[in-house]
Each structure stands twice: as C-alpha cells, then as structure tokens.
Design a protein around this ligand. Structure first.
Ligand code: PLP
Length: 385
C-alpha cells in the first residue's frame, strides 16, 4: 500500500540532502565547535554556513540567529526571557487565543507570577482584529506575541500591519512571532515587518526533530533560560548540535529555493482539493480561501463522523492526517482554535487537518477524496439514525 502523508504540519520527512549532510558531520566533522583544533574549526564552519543560509532568507545579520532545540524553546525564550529582563518596565503582555501551547503555557505561567496577559479574539476564520490589538497596547506592555500561521486552520495573521501598530503605540514593546508553521512557506522579513523575535522549528521544514532557531534583533535584550558554558554568546549555553544546526540551515535554504513557484503550485493543489472536499456530502472546509490562509493547511469538519474514527479509517488506507493539532499532545481535549473561532459544538470532535509538503501531489489528494467518498457513508451508518 502506498503511503499518503498529509500530516506535514505535525512533522515532515527530512530532505535526503539534509540527512546526507548530517551523516557526513556525524561521521567526519564531529568535533566540538568550541575546540581550537581543526576538528573544532571544521565543525564551526558548518554552524557559520547555517547562519549565513538563514540570515540570507530573513535579510538579517548572522549574529541575530540563535539555535535552539525546537519551536517550543524559541517561544519560551522569547516570552520568559523578555519577562525576566523587562519586568521592571512593565508586566503586561499580549497574545492571541489561538496560539500553540508553546506560547500559551509560558503566558499562563507568567500570569501565576503576577504578570497580566491580554488574549486577543479571532474571527470565524482565525484572524485577529487589528483595532483590538491597538486598543490593548499600553505603556507597560513589554511583549506582543502573535503567530504567523495558525497550525490548525492555516489562518495567516496580519503580521506586517500588527508590527506597525505595535511600534507606533509603544516603540519599546517587543514583537514576537511564532513562525513555526509559516517559515519555509512564506516570505518573512523581520526588519521590514517590525518583528523583534521569530521562532522557527526544524522538523516542520524537512530538517529533523530536535532543532530550531530564534531570530533575535540585535537591539533586543533577553534573559537567557539556559546557563552554563556561555556558548552562542551566553544566550544559550550548551554545545551546539552541529549536525542539527547544519540540517536546519540547509533545509531552510532548500525550502526557499523557487518559493514563489512552489507556493503557486501548492495553492492550486489546495484549491482543487478544497473544491472536491466541499462537493462531498456534509463536509465543511473551515477558514478563508485565497492568500489569507496558508497554502499547505486545510481544515475540514465532517457531519456525523468522529474525527478520530475517520483518522484511523484513513490510516487503514495508508493516508495519514491529523485531528486537531498532533504536536500539542497534552492538549487534545478541545482545540483552542476551534473554540475561539466559534465552531459549532457538533464539529469540535469532527474536524480533520490535512497538511501538505513539497512532496504532496494532486494524485495523492485525489486518492484521499476517493477514500473519503467510500468511508463517509460507511461511518455515518453508525452515527445517523
Ligand atoms: N508553534 C506552532 C505554531 C506549532 O505548530 C508548533 C508545533 O507544531 C510549535 C510551536 C512547537 O514546535 P516544536 O514541536 O518544534 O517544539
């Protein structure tokens, strides 16, 4: 049975070139990048290359890239590191109701320590209201954190407009963007967009799990969370994971090769898939069309079918999808995004996410539609009276 992997927002397959580069580093250039001998220098070269590759994409300086272990770490460092460094200036933070737990949990932890957090609403399509953001910014607001691309619905937030508003209302307030689902699929220029910090995760862009990076504008002052040997300018102690760092550098470069072409292809593929999904009985695709949503995420609700049952029925046919957000394993009960977008109660556990990568084809999506055509009437026999 041929596998059809439509769960790329949970994680992606590593690019072959990336795996080969990692193998070479693990077996040959395995020195500690802090060592003074040539083995160390060779390892350090890989880190410098990765920084160059990423800085070129973001149009930033190489020293503004900090390697982390994952998207979660970048989000935590941006939020907790800001709170610890700037609590004397203010104890107010702003975020949205549909962030990943990697943002919502540190925000919640800060609330317990006496910080105040404003959670912005979203509309039915998952978009924030810029007026509400503007009204929420105060002189004591130290950080606004808004996701670039929602992981469940693919909603693209108005980051550039938000950046402008934040800096106009409070130039000292930092702007953090969780771009774990957006990096690699969209042009993101932190300086142009007034973004002070940007979190990215390797395993969403065809690098392995266990690596990410945080772009930190050179003017930003953060308190590090990890103390030790002073690597990465003391901002994150711990020996750099050279194979992983090289992997995220190369994967980033590969994702951004011919990006416009890839985006156009993915949007066309998505629109064709969405039209076919909507033609099925009792299937409702969520969120806006066009370029207000990401090209690679489709969220659909199924009448009279439980998401988990459908997920496993598709799995039996070699098709892998997600119910809610697989990467939030401790938060499966009720999706915050579904609740915040006012989803009808009957769809709270009847919604499936299909997410694509460069490897996804129209043929695979047609096979998925055919599988749904076969499965839905069968599954509904058990639920419909
Ligand atoms: N932020 C968003 C929007 C995500 O979708 C995810 C994971 O799915 C994360 C953060 C966490 O990333 P990681 O799994 O690398 O910790």
């Amino acid at each position: 049975m041929k596998e059809i992997y439509l769960d790329n927002s949970a994680t992606t397959k590593v690019y072959t070139e990336v795996a080969e580069l990692m193998k070479k580093i693990m077996l040959e250039d395995y020195g500690n990048p802090s060592s003074l001998h040539t083995k160390g220098v060779d390892a350090e070269e890989h880190i410098k290359t990765a920084k160059k590759q990423i800085a070129k994409i973001l149009k930033c300086q190489e020293k503004e890239i900090l390697f982390t272990s994952c998207g979660t770490e970048g989000d935590n460092l941006a939020i907790l590191g800001t709170a610890m460094a700037h609590h004397r200036r203010g104890k107010h933070l702003i975020t949205t109701k549909i962030e990943h737990p990697a943002v919502l949990e540190p925000m919640g932890a800060l609330e317990k320590q006496g910080f105040e957090v404003t959670y912005l609403d979203v509309d039915a399509d998952g978009h924030i209201d810029l007026q509400q953001l503007s009204d929420a910014i105060r002189p004591d607001t130290i950080l606004v954190s808004i996701m670039h691309t929602n992981n469940e619905m693919g909603a693209l937030e108005p980051i550039e407009e938000a950046g402008k508003i934040i800096k106009e209302k409070n130039p000292q307030c930092y702007f953090h963007v969780d771009a774990v689902q957006g990096f690699g699929k969209a042009e993101i220029k932190p300086k142009k967009m007034n973004i002070d910090m940007l979190s990215v995760s390797g395993h969403k862009i065809h690098a392995p799990k266990g690596v990410g990076f945080l772009y930190i504008n050179e003017k930003v002052r953060l308190q590090p969370l990890m103390l030790g040997g002073g690597q990465q300018g003391g901002m994150r102690s711990g020996t750099e994971a050279t194979p992983l760092v090289a992997a995220i550098g190369l994967a980033s470069e590969m994702c951004y090769e011919n990006l416009e072409e890839k985006r156009a292809k993915m949007y066309a593929m998505r629109d064709r898939f969405v039209a076919k999904l909507e033609a099925l009985d009792g299937v409702y695709v969520r969120g806006k069309r066009g370029t207000e949503t990401a090209p690679h995420i489709v969220s659909a609700s199924f009448e009279d079918v439980r998401a988990e049952v459908l997920l496993h029925s598709l799995e039996a046919k070699g098709i892998y999808v997600s119910s809610g957000s697989a990467c939030a394993s401790n938060h499966p009960a009720t999706s915050k995004t579904l609740l915040a977008t006012g989803t009808d109660k009957k769809f709270l556990d009847a919604t499936i996410r299909f997410s694509f990568s460069d490897f996804t084809t129209d043929e695979e999506l047609d096979t998925t539609i055919a599988a749904l055509e076969e499965l839905l009437p069968q599954l509904r026999r058990f639920t419909r009276k």
